[in-house]
Design a protein around this ligand. Structure first.
Ligand code: NAP
Length: 394
């Protein structure tokens, strides 16, 4: 599929040297201290693929706009949201909640209705799930590549549910999707923000030892509920032990992600997963208490080594959004914590710690991941980068 690109300049002050070769760019949603110390290497000109964002005014949509500001491969040219926002400039329509300022080029763009008419071929979607199902289908049918965050299509058998480090081979499902549905376009999805930390930390364990049973209890940030989210009086000083549909999503998505791609479909992982999901008064970052039993013998040191050594296709190919270390192991007895560990690898790593024996299952540990970056916009960007590197956007 040929996707339109145009030549544009990436400014010198954001082009920074990356340890280990290649280049890096400023991840604008995180505190700028994160990139302090890296050295500017000068202007460069490149062909960047024009992209659009469906649901651009929401929590995740804003992350897309911010993360894409200096992306070396993709450039935001088109934004869309509900008819409440359509016709306004992005600056007028959007209640900007990201710490870094709204990128200037986006501020002046007009927000469109979610209609395929003049949209770029590659679209990131962060639409409200009430409308995402139908709208994304309409765009894919009209020939667009939709890289979605929404839950609507994730579990359809011919739709890839992807974490590029975990199951890059599942991307091949799009060939079956297009053939079956007669589409010129396609839909590719990333998992729920709670699934991602669980699946990422289980992936090396499944590969090396086999996973038998998993229990997961989440402490999920308020930003996971979109904007304006839960009323202050319902969440301050409180824990809400119910998030509609979340536990079922985490259980089924984890099995699909760690499943095997056989011929024309994915055979889900054969392990049992039980999830308890809770909303807590934390701004960003989902923390998870996980217990696991494995199919073969392993020690705590084996688990730690498997996590530390874990690398995959995005790291081999040095994809722009790939964390150098997808899983970071903290050894302090009280880490990971959202306050200190959320920014690891620019919000793209899963941070694990507190690995210890579990008297019920075999091992227990804590995992943390950034819900609107690795659990949403950053995840979709890495999916699109994988698609480009696999030739799906040529
Ligand atoms: P949000 O802040 O509520 O934003 C929803 C977006 O959808 C807004 O741009 C909104 O536009 C648009 N929208 C609402 N109704 C629409 C309609 N009828 N037609 C067209 N556009 C419409 O939600 P969010 O937190 O960004 O989440 C977006 C999606 O990503 C959801 O499906 C969510 O489940 C998923 N997700 C969220 C997270 C997270 O951590 N927040 C993580 C993973 C996945 P207006 O501003 O014009 O109303």
């Amino acid at each position: 599929m040929r996707v339109k690109s145009r030549e544009s300049k990436v400014p010198a002050e954001v082009a920074v040297e990356r340890a280990g070769g290649g280049f890096y760019f400023r991840l604008s949603t995180l505190d700028s201290r994160l990139v302090g110390g890296r050295k500017a290497i000068g202007n460069f000109t490149m062909n960047r693929i024009e992209v659009g964002i469906l649901g651009a005014t929401g929590m995740v949509g804003q992350r897309f706009v911010s993360l894409l500001e200096h992306h070396p491969w993709f450039e935001v040219r088109w934004l869309a949201a509900s008819d409440r926002s359509a016709g306004k400039t992005y600056g007028e329509a959007c209640n900007w909640r990201v710490r870094d300022p709204m990128p200037k080029p986006a501020r002046e763009l007009t927000v469109h209705e979610c209609k395929p008419d003049h949209a770029p071929q590659l679209l990131f979607s962060s639409l409200d799930s009430k409308v995402a199902g139908e709208v994304e289908r309409e765009f894919a049918q009209a020939g667009h590549v939709v890289v979605s965050n929404s839950s609507n299509h994730r579990m359809e058998p011919d739709v890839p549910l992807l974490i590029p480090e975990v199951n890059p081979d599942h991307l091949a499902l799009v060939r079956i999707q297009r053939k079956r549905r007669g589409w010129k376009g396609m839909i590719v999805t990333n998992p729920n923000c709670t699934t991602v930390g669980l699946a990422m930390s289980l992936a090396p364990l499944e590969k090396q030892f086999g996973v038998e049973k998993v229990m997961m209890t989440s402490m999920q940030a308020v930003s996971g509920a979109g904007y304006p989210g839960i009323p202050t009086l319902d969440i301050l000083g409180n824990v809400v032990p119910f998030i509609s549909g979340e536990e079922e999503k985490v259980e089924r998505e984890t099995q699909k992600l760690l499943g095997k791609f056989l011929d024309e479909s994915v055979k889900p992982g054969d392990f049992a997963v039980s999830a308890h999901c809770n909303r807590v008064p934390v701004e960003d970052g989902h923390t998870e208490s996980i217990s696991v039993s494995l199919k073969t013998q392993a020690s705590i040191e084996d688990l730690i080594e498997a996590w530390r050594k874990f690398r995959s296709l995005p790291q081999e190919r040095n994809l722009p959004f790939a964390p150098k270390h997808p899983i970071i192991v903290r050894e302090e007895r009280d880490r990971p914590q959202p306050k200190f560990d959320l920014a690891a690898e620019h919000g793209m790593a899963t941070v694990v710690g507190r690995v210890r024996p579990c008297p019920v299952l075999q091992f227990k540990y804590t995992a943390l991941s950034h819900n609107t970056i690795r659990g949403a916009a950053g995840a979709a960007l890495l999916n699109a980068e994988l698609m480009k590197s696999e030739g799906y956007l040529d």
